[in-house]
Design a binder for this molecule. Sequence first.
Ligand code: GDP
Length: 520
Amino acid sequence: MAIHEEVKKRKTFAIISHPDAGKTTMTEKLLLYGNLIRSAGTVKGKKSGKFATSDWMEIEKQRGISVTSSVMNFFYEGYHVNILDTPGHEDFSEDTYRTLTAVDSVVMIIDSTKGIEPQTIKLFKVCRMRGIPIFTFINKLDREGKEPLELLEEIEQVLDIETYPMNWPVGMGKQFLGIFDRYGKQFVQHHTNEAETYIPYAELDNVEHEELTTNPTYEAAKDELELVAEAGDQFSLDAILHGEQTPVFFGSALAPFGVELFFNTFISMAPTPTPRKTTEGIVQPDYEDFSGFIFKIQANMNPAHRDRIAFLRVCSGKFERGMNVKLSRTGKIFKLSQSQQMVASSRETVEEAYAGDIIGIYDPNAYQIGDTLITGKETFEYDELPVFPPELFKKVTAKNVMKSKQFRKGIEQLVQEGAIQLFRDRLTDSFILGAVGELQYDVFKYRMQNEYNAEVLFESIGERIPRWLKEDQVDESLFDGGNLLVKDRHGNPLVLFRNEFSLNWFKDKNPKIDLIDLLS
Ligand code: GDP
């Protein structure tokens, strides 16, 4: 089949949410529709110990969680669906952010009882910065939650994006009667312990539905919907695809209610693989030569072999197992003979792949995060992966000074690989590590010990707000010990502010100094 035809079938997305909003439950339901799993409850082997025999990274077993942003793929309604997992909780790390560079759209799950939560905001900002289309699913309608209008307002105000409710809920909790499906012009009726039923708008006036349509909860929701239709934003697929408007769906992942309807609409609207920027201009997904970039490297997935797997997003052409590719950064040629696709927690060999697909390739210790692999005559590199602002900082030293050579080598390589960020104190030159999640420190410590034979000691600096400065505006006298002045690994100066208060206080006192936030 022509490359173009294959690309048109790909839908590659991630599900983002604050922990406990229902991401796992939703993922399981989607996998059920895709016939990938037979019963729900198999996505994370968290407590069951189901994957105890797998060759997952040692640290993963110790913590009983999945470090990997694994990829799930299945066929649905003629589409080849790729779902990239974005871990939450303590396993939140820079990988979580980087995963978002490899998708074409995002599903944002919000808990209707809680509204917008901190981790949602962080992940949303990254999507926004990159213009990734965002589809919203407001979950847990089977519980007493916030009012739908209030939730929409919260999304608009906190996240600063237009909303368009694709459906409108009627009641919630025990009074949850169903949703008006504005897009499909039908009422989807909720029944406890039974599958949802669909009533076309035109049939709602029939006597058989009188019990429903005369219910005060139904009438109130209908009035509300009319108000929304008049006062709300107009639906615009163009705005959605530019990440300026988010279509909002209501439902319950657990029930499940409204999930299939959501997924069908999402799959039809979500973009297929998009053209991507390179050093030599835009590359189309159906361009004949193979190309892709590495957004994540997982080391020691198999302790017996000490192997490293690089996760590559295919951006153009056709990947075929055994093909020779060129690493743009060095010009070196590699044969991609070991390639795998990640299905939940098992690996399968993949023979061919197209734009939008994610493959795991064996890394002979040659790749770096952000590397471009290509075939064909032309050489180019995909846009550099953005650096994400770390939030947690620790001073790091070698436990044994005799091992300082291994210590430095280990840090240098792990930092280059993108496992963690390195800063140096401007005055003392001591090593300060920055990460977005605690897990990165655990992985760093483990790998320093196991791969470089260098035990490390941490001294916590705590949560900080990093802001970059222009070199000519650096004035050491302005920063006391509380707000640390450091430099990043390229030598650029930045300040680690103690908290929001000290940041604002500094801004008030020094209006002329430009402070640069990476996520704005
Ligand atoms: P994650 O941390 O975002 O992956 O969230 P989970 O999918 O693990 O869900 C967190 C908790 O919320 C679990 O106890 C789920 O059973 C529950 N949950 C998920 N979806 C719903 C829903 O639609 N309604 C209700 N009542 N509970 C839900």
